[in-house]
Design a protein around this ligand. Structure first.
Ligand code: HEC
Ligand code: HEC
Length: 347
């Protein structure tokens, strides 16, 4: 009897040690992965972008037409030689337009507020006892801001590379933003900088046991690891706005984080159990084969799938954003998806 108890005792001891060893391995594997330092390009671009020559020319033509009309009406004397642009503050106008574009990008595409708060003062990405507390920090200029002293290079490193200023990886799904051009990021920064300062210090991320395991075992993808080359620079400008495959592909950059880089969908590691699996967006029988644009539009504008079911989590969370897409943007996505080679689900 005593012998059996002794054996059981030893076995238990071994199990406890193995458990502790496993946990220790898990913790150190997690920390090792989060301590890797990435060398990232130093992006350089203006905030805001100045007006282009074409924009200035269009503005001049508009103001000259206005002056000609006023002369014809007799409200302005003829023969004024003054440059119509003399009194126009072109930098203020450039900023105004950049903020307007940035607002549209955040509201229809880049969903920063979903994790950083509607006022950009901080928000929640995941708050789960198992996975952890993963909070989006304060992006305003108030006390507790992480971005108050950010240069464009710092913004680019975080947003388009998923890397902190010390070179280590962020737990932000920045893979959705890698296709962002300099102009778009500049516009987003210009817009975020108009946010009223919020005084709030957001605690740093803390992983629970499940989160630790997901990071330690490389199950949770980290955006920084997905880049083949962090020293490669980004496009200065997005493709021209229009109902084209190129523009649609650019827009679909924010769909690939969930629907897979090749858009065939499939289960996502790290998705909570109450989230659905992203579906196939290629024109395959398991995807968009036989769909019309109206079917696609119903998903994006009403949150209803072709089979009549309401969209599930997390796609249904995107409805407020896709509702803000312009008709051109929506159709360009459709044009792009239907141009793809049909591929089976989750390939
Ligand atoms: C899905 C949630 C999510 C979205 C969407 C998101 N972020 Fe984040 N962001 C986070 C989290 C979480 C962190 C903190 C990650 C960490 O500390 O590892 C973060 C960190 C940051 C940082 C801080 C980097 C640093 O060095 O501390 C910046 C800047 C940032 N995000 C900007 C943006 C911008 C701009 C957008 C929109 C284009 C955006 N984020 C969209 C979740 C998100
Ligand atoms: C946060 C993850 C996520 C992102 C980002 C995302 N989706 Fe989805 N999407 C899903 C999930 C999950 C489903 C399945 C929902 C369901 O089963 O009801 C889905 C379903 C769909 C469907 C319905 C397909 C069908 O067969 O009914 C379409 C269309 C779609 N997404 C388009 C898009 C487009 C376009 C984008 C980018 C602008 C996008 N999604 C971005 C997660 C995402």
């Amino acid at each position: 009897m005593a012998k059996i108890l002794k054996i059981v005792g030893i076995l238990l001891g071994v199990l406890v040690l193995a458990g502790a060893g496993g946990a220790l391995w898990m913790w150190s594997a997690r920390d090792a992965r989060l301590a890797i330092v990435y060398e990232v390009e130093d992006a350089d671009f203006p905030v805001p972008f100045p007006l282009t020559d074409d924009e200035v020319a269009a503005l001049r033509a508009e103001l000259e037409a206005g002056r000609a009309a006023a002369v014809a009406e007799g409200s302005v004397a003829e023969g004024s030689e003054e440059d119509v642009l003399a009194d126009v503050d072109l930098s203020a106008l450039a900023l105004e337009r950049a903020v307007e574009r940035g607002k549209h990008l955040v509201e229809s595409r880049y969903i920063c507020v979903e994790c950083h708060g509607q006022d950009f003062g901080g928000g929640t990405m995941i708050d789960d006892p198992g996975v952890g507390t993963i909070l989006g920090p304060n992006l305003t200029t108030g006390a507790g801001s992480v971005t108050a002293d950010f240069t464009p290079a710092d913004w680019s490193r975080a947003v388009r590379h998923g890397v902190r200023s010390d070179g280590t990886p962020l737990v932000m799904p920045a893979d959705d933003f890698v296709a962002m051009s300099d102009l778009e990021l500049s516009d987003v920064i210009a817009y975020i900088r108009t946010a009223a300062p919020v005084d709030k210090t957001v605690p740093r991320i803390a992983f629970g046991p499940v989160g630790t395991m997901l990071v330690a075992t490389n199950t949770l993808p980290l955006a920084a690891e997905m880049f083949p080359d962090h020293t490669r620079s980004h496009e200065p400008l997005p493709p021209p706005t229009g109902d084209t495959v190129a523009f649609g592909q650019h827009l679909a950059g924010v769909c690939t984080g969930c629907h897979n880089p090749n858009l065939t969908g499939g289960p996502r590691p790290g998705f909570p159990p109450d989230w659905a699996e992203p579906l196939n967006l290629t024109p395959h029988a398991s995807g968009l084969e036989g769909w019309t644009f109206e079917d696609f539009q119903r998903v994006m504008r009403q949150g209803v799938r072709k089979n009549g079911e309401p969209l599930k989590l997390p796609m249904n969370k995107l409805l407020p954003y896709s509702l803000k897409m312009t008709d051109t943007e929506l159709h360009a996505l459709w044009t792009y998806f239907t141009s793809l080679e049909p591929r089976p689900y989750g390939e």
